[in-house]
Ligand binder design. Structure first.
Ligand code: ADP
Ligand code: MG
Length: 731
């Protein structure tokens, strides 16, 4: 029987692009077809109901049961017309992805055993109590009080997947603590709305609401289905735990922005049609730097919706990939030696009057507003840089950050030369210089001219984890598999807290009779000084920066379990409690979940690698060694001693190398198992995670090193697992 590796490589090479049929209607007609959006609502809801729910969505009002009943009835009629038979509350537990439990619409009309109807009430729409006791809660839900509720979030539209109506919900414990990603996110968005609105009103009293916007850029790898199946490490951990670098990988940079391979093109097209049916406005698609790596990005939208859409697209990507005999890899670092995948979070704030608060204005007044929001963001990121780093950290993302491809594991902000010089000028001018009185006796801040279109500026620094890109900040440290809520909750919370502080100080100055311009100027000047350490426009990959960042007092912690502790630092607890985003109890509980997840990830990887090393690699290396020894033996039989010794020299050295590497692997695997046993006995989740990080994790690269060296010398015919060149260059 041919080895699985050769079979799957052959099959993969023969595959052709699967034809994709375009929808027979125009984009505008099928766009959002699976979503209960305003267009559908206006068809299936009464005028009054539509108005109440629209108000609730726009202004965040509360919906009573009566309205919920009406919405549920309309939603059910729409869903049934669309062929749905089931419904589910769709929520975001603290694991990866989303969770759902499907129930059918079927009910007995009156008596058990009687007539059947399809029912869906406001009560079911509004709240469910899934038996979800196995979702992580960090000790919040003890078994006797294991109840968790899912509650409808009317602001994100319901949608249909296959035969199931999915209702986006939050997931909270019986005692009210958040058990998911969405609850704190919604609180953070409301906090930043309130805080930013009150600051924006300094400049324009007509502003009533501020939205947080998010545009994510999703990077991913596509791997042929068969090749994937032949790599147990990919299947079980999402990344390759071994594999020698391919002779060619990304050094020619010929993949980036190159033409998209035809099978991939078909996948992208198919995915786009699907995405549009879910009203996900995909805009960009292209190859990424690493071979078989790609990216897609929609047009940005309100943060809560953008995150739901990202979670949905990750699920859609997996489904559509299967149709094209691909597997999509969302892991942050599936392959060593080539780039990993991130998910840049483009973030900004915008008003209900259509003004981008991080967009430079056309006149000094508008620019004062712009600088105010920019500088407050800087201060927030500076004060909470450790927390922001914690918000994007995971076992997977740790492989990416700090490598020479992704932002370093230190948070800094890139502003570019123009904005930097404006801030420098402000910092060094006196209020007499800065505040100019114009002809009409109007006071203004003499801010240097800021070009309106910074977007075209090319001085974009790719090494910065948090970069200003003209009308938004780009948080680049977010990982490709992450739920963006984690990063967006922290970012919006810290900015809200900072804007609140700014407003309080501003109000005090106004009360003391200081002019508006001078009050803003004085505060900005102080804030610019205070937050200077976070600004860095140089090369974030360099070793000098690591030294420099330490000197500047930025958080330089690299141990993932310890990075999480930023969540429970006194200044973080204070910030989360004051903004109403998290209770102290929640923060501690959620860290327990993070540590536990970290431990499990490393544990699984360690087991898989141990298994591959012992059952796949060593037997093959031994087999090859036997072949060599056999050859040596035969040489010695045939040739005179002198000549034979010379001829067998290389094979003998190789056989010895194999023996040494096999011994080293055996030794490491057994030492790793011991460390695991030791760590597993540790009671505290934190200490256990630290032990996994400090004692277990280091064995993974050292075992891999030996295996990869073996891969280079063992007969290719014997090597069981698809090699990097096959995984990365077959498409
Ligand atoms: P690049 O790869 O050059 O960073 P992309 O076009 O791939 O840019 O992605 C940029 C993302 O930023 C898109 O999702 C886009 O909609 C989003 N974006 C643009 N302007 C804003 C803004 N003001 N606020 C938030 N996101 C934005
Ligand atoms: Mg970008």
């Amino acid at each position: 029987m041919p080895m699985l590796r050769f079979k799957v490589v052959e099959e993969a090479f023969k595959r052709k692009a699967i034809p994709v049929v375009a929808p027979d209607k125009s984009l505008t007609e099928y766009y959002g077809k699976y979503v209960f959006n305003r267009k559908q609502m206006s068809k299936f809801l009464s005028k009054e109901t539509l108005k109440t729910i629209s108000d609730a969505i726009d202004k965040g009002g509360v919906l009573d049961r009566d309205i919920a009943d009406h919405v549920a009835a309309g939603m059910k009629n729409w869903a049934i017309e669309m062929g749905a038979t089931h419904y589910t509350h769709w929520f975001q537990p603290l694991t990866e992805g989303t969770a759902e439990k499907h129930d059918s619409f079927i009910e007995y009309a009156d008596v058990p055993g009687g007539n059947i109807i399809e029912e869906f009430s406001g009560k079911i729409l509004a709240q469910q109590e899934p038996d979800a006791s196995s979702f992580p809660s960090g000790g919040i839900r003890n078994t006797f009080e294991a109840r968790g509720y899912t509650a409808w979030d009317p602001a994100s539209p319901a949608f249909i997947v296959d035969d199931t109506l999915c209702i986006p919900t939050v997931f909270i414990s019986y005692t009210g603590e958040a058990l998911d990603y969405k609850t704190p996110l919604l609180k953070a968005l409301s906090a930043v709305d309130k805080a930013a609105t009150s600051v924006a009103q300094i400049f324009d009293s007509k502003i009533k609401k501020v939205y947080s916007y998010l545009g994510w850029e999703q990077e991913y790898f596509l791997i042929d289905n068969g090749l994937y199946a032949a790599r147990p490490d990919l299947v079980l951990t999402g990344r390759t735990l071994m594999g020698h670098e391919s002779a060619k990988n990304q050094q020619l940079e010929d993949h980036y922005f190159g033409s998209v391979p035809t099978r991939v093109q078909a996948f992208m097209k198919d995915l786009e049609y699907e995405a549009y049916k879910y009203a996900i406005p995909l805009k960009t698609r292209h190859n990424e730097v690493a071979p078989n790596q790609f990216e897609l990005a929609p047009i940005f939208s309100e943060t809560g919706l953008a995150i739901d859409q990202n979670l949905l697209i990750m699920a859609l990507m997996k489904r559509v990939a299967r149709r094209h005999d691909f597997r999509v890899l969302l892991h942050e670092k599936p392959f060593a030696g080539v780039n990993g995948s991130g998910k840049h979070n483009n973030w900004s704030l915008g008003t209900d009057t259509g003004v981008g608060l991080l967009t430079p204005g056309k006149n000094p007044e508008e620019n004062l507003r712009f600088i105010t929001f920019l500088v407050n963001t800087l201060v927030a990121v500076h004060r909470h840089n450790a927390l922001l780093k914690a918000s994007i950290m995971s076992a997977q993302n740790a492989h990416r950050l700090g490598a020479n491809e992704a932002p370093p594991a230190i948070i800094s902000v890139f502003l570019g030369s123009q904005i930097s010089s404006v801030l420098d000028k402000l910092e060094h001018s006196t209020s007499e210089e800065a505040i100019v009185v114009d002809a009409k006796k109007k006071m203004k801040l003499g801010i240097a001219h800021i070009p309106e279109v910074l977007l075209d500026n090319t001085d974009r620094n790719r090494t910065s984890p948090f970069a200003f890109t003209g009308n938004r900040f780009e948080f680049r440290a977010v990982g490709s598999s992450a739920n963006c809520s984690s990063a967006m909750t922290v970012l919006n919370s810290v900015v809200a807290a900072q804007l609140n502080e700014f407003k309080a100080e501003y109000d005090a100055k106004i009360a003391a009779g200081v002019s508006k311009e001078k009050a803003v100027f004085d505060l900005l000047k102080r804030y610019i000084k205070e937050s200077k350490a976070i600004r860095f426009d140089g090369n974030g990959y360099s070793d000098e920066w690591k030294e420099e960042a330490r000197r500047r007092g930025l958080d330089c912690q690299t141990s993932v379990p310890l990075i999480f502790e930023a969540y429970t630092a006194p200044e973080s607890i204070k910030m989360f409690v004051e903004t109403g985003v998290h209770t102290e109890k929640e923060l501690y509980a959620r860290n327990e979940v993070k540590w536990e997840t970290y431990t499990k990830k490393i544990q699984i990887e360690a087991r898989v690698l141990g298994d591959l090393a012992m059952n796949h690699v060593i037997p093959v290396a031994t087999k090859y060694q036997a072949l060599l020894l056999d050859n040596i033996y035969k040489i010695k039989q045939v040739y005179p001693e002198d000549k034979a010794n010379k001829m067998a020299e290389i094979d003998m050295a190789l056989a010895e190398e194999l023996a040494e590497r096999i011994a080293a692997i055996r030794q490491d695997v057994s030492a790793m198992v011991n460390e695991r046993k030791f760590a597993n006995k540790i009671e505290s989740e934190r200490d256990k995670a630290v032990a996994y990080h400090d004692k277990v994790l280091p064995f993974l690269p050292s075992i891999r090193y030996q295996i990869d060296k073996l891969e280079l010398v063992v007969d290719n015919e014997l090597w069981p697992l698809p090699k990097y060149r096959e995984l990365l260059f077959t498409r």
